[in-house]
Design a protein around this ligand. Sequence first.
Ligand code: NDP
Ligand code: GUE
Length: 287
Amino acid sequence: MSATILWGKLYAEKLKSEARAKIIELSEKTGIAPGLAVIIVGGNPASQVYVRNKHKTCEEMGINSQIVALAENTGRQELIDNIEKLNNDKGIHGILLQLPLPKGLQKYENEFLYKISPVKDVDGFHPINAGRLSIGEKCMVPCTPLGCIKMMELADIPIEGKKAVIIGRSNIVGKPMANLLLARNATVTVCHSHTADLAKIAAEADILVAAVGRPNFVTADMVKSGAVVIDVGINRIAPKKITGDVDFDNVKEKAGFITPVPGGVGLLTIAMLMHNTVEAAKMQLLP
Ligand SMILES: NC(=O)C1=CN([C@@H]2O[C@H](COP(=O)(O)OP(=O)(O)OC[C@H]3O[C@@H](n4cnc5c(N)ncnc54)[C@H](OP(=O)(O)O)[C@@H]3O)[C@@H](O)[C@H]2O)C=CC1
Ligand SMILES: Nc1nc(=O)c2c([nH]1)NC[C@@H]1CN(c3ccc(C(=O)N[C@@H](CCC(=O)O)C(=O)O)cc3)C=[N+]21
């Protein structure tokens, strides 16, 4: 039997309308709309598309969006100054530094991310937020893993007691995903490039999350019959064509649920950015 396809658009629309209701409530209480600043350094074409999409979504939502576009050759201190200016800007409640940074700045990436005020850290990348997530306290949660969880919850997919396997251990996707699933009482295994018998481990998963960055990494033999397969990967295989980490056509014949790429969790990432921006604004504006 063929898997149920989890279309991101449906869930993203629902989550955005929830955020929209909170924006209206906030503006009735305070007269203030949430403000999101996205810093983009250099001209990475994929990043430009994402930043434009984020801006468009903010406009639809009634969030004030500010794009801070800095030159490819921006210096370390200049970027820090820009972050600090936004930290001190009362109209800005969320700050996102678009990754990847240009080559010359990559070695300072963590320094920049850690300069973003934790209350404005809508990506949830600051160690305060990562730490709070790992000990189960309220915090800003990274948008992509949060979107995956919200999608499963809205689709009534049970998590408690399930075997979850995550392929990928980045601070942005894999690790926060592991913490979120653990907090919902899944039994979690995290695989990476040194994992032995990865295919065998994956094939035991009730919930399989692929966040690797390699097209067709997850093949049908690695998937348990009826499993939930969440494909986080975004791989550009032609100038205008993206694909995920999962061999979609074959895996969909075996899985119980599967997310497509494009049209899957990527759309939830943007919806969760809106959610986090509203939550950040509420934290900063309401007593
Ligand atoms: N849909 C969305 O909204 C988003 C999508 N993405 C996409 O998700 C994917 C992952 O992103 P991100 O986590 O940032 O990527 P990273 O490159 O930071 O991490 C990739 C992970 O995959 C592991 N890995 C790589 N090759 C193998 C292999 N052969 N076998 C097992 N594990 C392997 C790495 O292991 P090791 O740690 O050992 O190196 C690493 O943990 C990318 O395609 C990215 O574009 C990312 C963010 C948002
Ligand atoms: N500081 C930071 N935070 C991020 O959250 C962040 C980042 N940097 N750098 C890049 C990655 C990637 N990412 C995506 C956002 C939206 C889609 C998305 O909307 N995808 C759609 C359309 C994709 C398309 O057609 O290009 C889809 O999958 O259907 C995908 C990926 C956020 N990231």
